[in-house]
Design a protein around this ligand. Structure first.
Ligand SMILES: C[S@@+](CC[C@H](N)C(=O)[O-])C[C@H]1O[C@@H](n2cnc3c(N)ncnc32)[C@H](O)[C@@H]1O
Length: 344
């Protein structure tokens, strides 16, 4: 696979991060933002959480006592990484939205111990976090071949097509749960296109549970700050005039849609202008902008979505309280009887 612009880590370690030159307009599509902010309700896509500040805040969120997701998933991976490596055999690992790859080091370590050195490719929209991912992975396994790809899930997956041999695609942190239905369909189509029959997809996902626990996870100080900082990101990227002190963080469990939603509520009427997008709009007092969804699934319907796209459930691992699941799927080698649903 083509590798350019090698970045050097500390003396004995080397890693490559490609895609730093990808146009920002490909990663952060201003026209989509204009369209989603013009709708009812107004929506900001969760990719805007992940500038450098947002990535640091996400790392901090993971150590908030009420944010059970991180430590629960970590426990599941640490207890079962060896079993996962045993089922798949040797693979090239590709991680979607790697973040700092903190938990992935456990998986990588199990693969090295079971099958020897291999390759790890991390895809993330944030360049800085890929550098931290490289440091984390290489601190555990200096012999691992690390490639970071700055990009969206879709643009990154296209660049992994040249990897040969059995692949294991990984998505941790319940990141798939942040995707709307059309985005999830589109991701599953891209994953299917990037993988070959027999390849694996390992997905960490939060399970539906009682409202109190869910709402506590998304209403701590770091969650509140992270949500407000989305507006600062938009100000910086698009020369906007959002005043974060005029907004209030709201996160609640939407039981019927099986998700937690994060919103920003305007505390008074205001005129918003995003100069670089040549876009203005009026917010009424009390109006909400939805900034993120966090799906809380039941395993049957979650499996159903993957099955529709040709991914066969192989095994699930959960914690003892059944709060969180890590699910292994395998791309079927059967032809589909009908075409999978198209992303709208
Ligand atoms: C919820 S965090 C999970 C991070 C890490 N996997 C973990 O479990 O701690 C989501 C990560 O995906 C990245 N991300 C979010 N949306 C993305 C997209 N559309 N394409 C590529 N990366 C994305 C973010 O920068 C962030 O690092």
């Amino acid at each position: 696979m083509a590798r350019h612009n090698p970045s050097e880590g500390p003396p004995s370690r080397k890693y490559n991060i490609i895609g730093a030159d990808i146009p920002e307009t490909v990663l952060f599509k201003g026209d989509s933002l204009v369209s989603s902010l013009s709708g009812t309700p107004r929506v900001i896509n969760c990719v805007y959480y992940y500038d450098d500040t947002g990535s640091i805040l996400f790392e901090r969120l993971c150590s908030e006592p009420t944010y059970y997701l991180f430590r629960t998933e970590k426990e599941i991976i640490s207890q079962n990484a060896k079993a996962i490596a045993g089922i798949t055999g040797p693979v090239s690992l590709i991680e979607l939205g790697s973040g700092n790859a903190g938990k992935t080091t456990l998986l990588v370590d199990a693969y090295v111990k079971t099958h020897g050195p291999a390759s790890y490719t991390a895809i993330d929209i944030n360049h800085s976090i890929l550098e931290r991912a490289a440091e984390n992975i290489l601190s555990v396994t200096p012999d691992f071949d690390f490639l970071g790809i700055v990009g969206t899930y879709q643009t990154g997956l296209v660049q992994t097509k040249e990897l040969t041999g059995r692949k294991l695609l990984v998505s941790f942190g319940s990141a798939i749960g942040n995707l709307y239905d059309n985005e999830l369909c589109s991701l599953l189509l891209s994953a299917r296109a990037a993988l070959s029959p027999g390849d694996y997809f390992l997905v960490g996902i939060d399970l539906d549970k009682e409202t109190e626990m869910l709402e506590a996870a998304y209403n701590n100080q770091t969650a509140i700050l992270g949500n407000l900082c989305v507006l600062q990101h938009l100000n910086w990227r698009f020369s906007g005039n959002f005043d974060i002190f005029q907004f209030r963080h709201v996160a609640f469990h939407n039981k019927s849609l099986q998700r937690v939603e994060a919103h920003l509520e305007a505390m008074q009427a205001q005129s918003i202008n995003l100069q670089k997008l040549n876009f203005s709009f009026q917010l009424e007092k009390g109006e909400m902008i939805r900034t993120e969804i966090m799906r809380k699934v039941d395993l049957n319907s979650f499996h159903g979505m993957f099955i529709e796209y040709g991914f066969r459930p192989v095994h699930n691992w959960t914690d003892s309280y059944k709060r969180y699941a890590v699910c292994l799927f395998q791309l079927s080698d059967k032809q589909f009887e009908s075409e999978p649903p198209l992303a709208s």
